[in-house]
Design a protein around this ligand. Structure first.
Ligand code: LIP
Length: 257
């Protein structure tokens, strides 16, 4: 399996996809906003960006599978997981915290992840064993180890019931945590990997929201839960990431492995 060619292809493709997405972002008044569900929006920008990524990867790696947020798909020994615009609501409302997320999972393990947030001028790349970079510079998670000193990302969606989210939030605030909710899993993972957030939890993410970001945090020296355990690739899972000093206390406070 030629991982080097896949990394190089994913990096160039994320740049091309981000450029298309940014063009739509700058002309978003022309987009018709569609509802997939309560507070779950989409537009032709998501579909066009995903179609571009699908076409390029199908040409370059015809034996790989692809799972995408808008077009679904299947899995194989090597599976691409693609969120064309993660943080769609931010995108459609003109907020800059959104990104193109491309990950590659080989035999149940994430091997590469590329995240490009063009409205922020940020491109993240992670390869297993190769480290994590932001715009070519190595990044590392924070050294925070105590909850009363932690700034966390706490995401939620209508895919999970509300009470556990509000109960967890109340318990963490009682423990002294401060939190942010960026509206994009990808932006949360990126913030943890560069040390701007100390950790991030969300009760359910799809593989396309999470895989690239999970490897980014791991390669930046962070800890992650076993997101792909069970049928995580096809069904999604909870996601918890943090620096190594904070992870045990945060996992215990959340009751997550
Ligand atoms: C979003 C995630 C976010 C989650 C939202 C949604 P999308 O992805 O980034 O963490 O809470 O429900 O899944 O739909 O903007 O690509």
């Amino acid at each position: 399996m030629d991982l080097k060619r896949r990394v190089d292809t994913a990096r160039a493709l994320a740049d091309e996809a981000a450029s298309l997405a940014l063009d739509h972002f700058q002309r978003r008044a022309e987009l018709r906003v569609e509802k997939k569900g309560l507070q779950d929006l989409v537009s032709r920008a998501d579909r066009e960006v995903e179609a571009l990524i699908r076409d390029r990867l199908a040409q370059a790696f015809p034996n790989d599978a692809l799972l995408g947020e808008e077009g679904g798909g299947g899995t194989a020994e090597g599976t691409w997981v693609v969120d064309p615009i993660d943080g769609t609501t931010n995108f459609l409302r003109g907020l800059p915290h959104w990104g193109v997320s491309i990950g590659f999972v080989l035999r149940g393990r994430v091997e590469l992840g590329v995240i490009h947030a063009p409205a922020l001028g940020e491109r993240y790349v992670a390869t297993r064993g190769g480290g994590a970079t932001l715009n070519g510079e190595r990044i590392r998670v924070s050294d925070t180890s105590a909850l009363p000193e932690a700034l966390l990302g706490l995401g939620s969606s209508r895919r999970t019931p509300l009470p556990p989210y509000t109960e967890r939030l109340a318990a963490l605030l009682q423990a002294g945590v401060e939190y942010r909710r960026l509206g994009s899993a990808t932006m949360h993972f990126a913030a943890v990997a560069r040390g701007s957030l100390d950790g991030y939890f969300e009760a359910h993410l799809s593989a396309w929201d999470a895989c690239a970001g999970l490897l980014l945090v791991e390669e930046a020296g962070g800890r992650t839960n076993d997101f792909l355990a069970g049928d995580g690739l096809r069904e999604g899972n909870a996601a918890l990431v943090a620096g190594p000093g904070l992870y045990p206390a945060l996992a215990a406070a959340l009751g997550v492995g």
